[in-house]
Design a protein around this ligand. Structure first.
Ligand SMILES: C[S@@+](CC[C@H](N)C(=O)[O-])C[C@H]1O[C@@H](n2cnc3c(N)ncnc32)[C@H](O)[C@@H]1O
Length: 341
């Protein structure tokens, strides 16, 4: 793990460049940054980026740098134009475990050079802490840091021309999206109940709660266009056009029953492909929807009866299997966890 220590930060002068140091640290694979001078504004800016773009990067300002550096367990590297060339020492540095990388703003006190295990230069020419840190991290990770995925609320879709950003809407945004599609009260009451059931499942099953929440609230958006079996596909199409995260689009597309296989899709006249929920978030939303009839929560027995009465024996069995699978992951029968809702 790499920790960056930024010293000599002057909030009135260095806010922008220290923010850049922090963003480079995060984007190029460091786990955290500690900054000597207290700067709430800077801290909040970086936290907001982490919240939106994902990952678990930590930022803290107002650190007494010298004792922090002394107490750090691991290899301490001071980046300075006066040091030894990075290319000569990087293999040795890599062989250690945790690394503390120090970058300065104003003149770096001599103590930092003495406490450091390595004083390392990225050329002996003067340039910038941003560039020095970026090159250090890139050499340290051998370029692998560029492949890291963050899965944030906001995800940039790479393209040659233009800009495309997909996002995970929060609860308020989901309701606004439903309203923008003229979802009626019946739809809203139903999705809000499914949301409650799904979030209960998310309390006991490891999953991405943001995807479950948005998937549950948006799963029936296609009903604003059709109430047929293809409403899930219609919903997915609406959300794709609104640049909603692909993982939510798939939750919506795969929420019918315990899924529709490609053979069943062919018989039903749907575009032929598998609509079976695969990820845990897809399974949770599909089954939360199974356990809600209009805006009423039902149990497995009532659900099975509903399917058997329609002679949908295979679908009933698949749903029962899904109920058992999720109950096992939760550690309790799902009928128990929704009893008091
Ligand atoms: C603008 S410089 C200030 C340097 C300052 N004069 C000093 O006494 O270190 C800020 C930081 O950029 C980094 N830096 C600048 N040039 C560098 C180089 N050639 N190699 C490594 N780091 C460098 C160092 O971390 C330095 O503390």
């Amino acid at each position: 793990m790499i920790t960056v220590l930024r010293i000599g930060h002057r909030p009135f002068r260095d806010k922008r460049i220290t923010t850049h140091v922090a963003l480079v640290a995060r984007a190029f694979g460091a786990s955290s940054i500690y900054i000597d001078t207290r700067d709430d504004e800077l801290e909040n800016t970086v936290k907001k980026v982490v919240d939106n773009f994902g990952g678990s990067f930590e930022v803290k300002t107002g650190i007494e740098w010298k004792s922090f550096m002394k107490k750090f367990h691991g290899t301490k590297v001071n980046l300075t134009m006066y040091g030894e060339p990075i290319e000569k020492r990087i293999d040795e540095i890599k062989s250690g475990d945790d690394i503390l990388v120090l970058v300065g703003a104003e003149k770096v006190p001599i103590d930092a050079y003495l406490i450091a295990d390595y004083n390392i230069s990225v050329t002996n020419q003067p340039h910038s802490e941003v560039a020095a840190l970026a090159i250090f991290l890139d050499r340290y990770f051998d370029g692998k840091e560029l492949e890291k995925s963050y899965e944030g609320k906001i995800n940039v879709v790479p393209m040659n021309h233009g800009k495309l950003v997909k996002y995970i809407p929060d609860e308020d945004q989901c309701l606004m999206i439903l309203k923008s599609e003229n979802a009626d009260d019946l739809i809203i009451r139903h999705v809000e109940t499914v949301y409650k059931v799904a979030m209960r499942m998310a309390d006991c099953i490891p999953c991405d709660r943001r995807l479950v929440a948005a998937g549950a609230l948006l799963h029936d958006i296609g009903r604003t266009k059709t109430n047929n079996i293809d409403h899930a596909i219609a919903g997915a199409e609406i959300l794709k056009k609104k640049n909603i995260d692909d993982r939510i689009v798939r939750i919506v597309e795969r929420h019918t029953g315990a899924g529709i296989t490609s053979e069943e899709a062919q018989k039903l006249g749907l575009p032929v492909k598998d609509y079976v929920p695969e990820t845990i978030e897809e399974k949770i939303v599909a089954h939360a929807d199974n356990l809600v009839s209009m805006d009423r929560i039902i149990n497995l027995k009532q659900l099975m009866d509903k399917y058997e009465n329609k002679n949908l024996h295979d679908a009933a069995l698949r749903i029962k299997k899904l109920h058992e699978e999720l109950s096992k992951m939760c550690g309790r029968d799902l009928d128990d966890i929704t009893k008091d809702l």
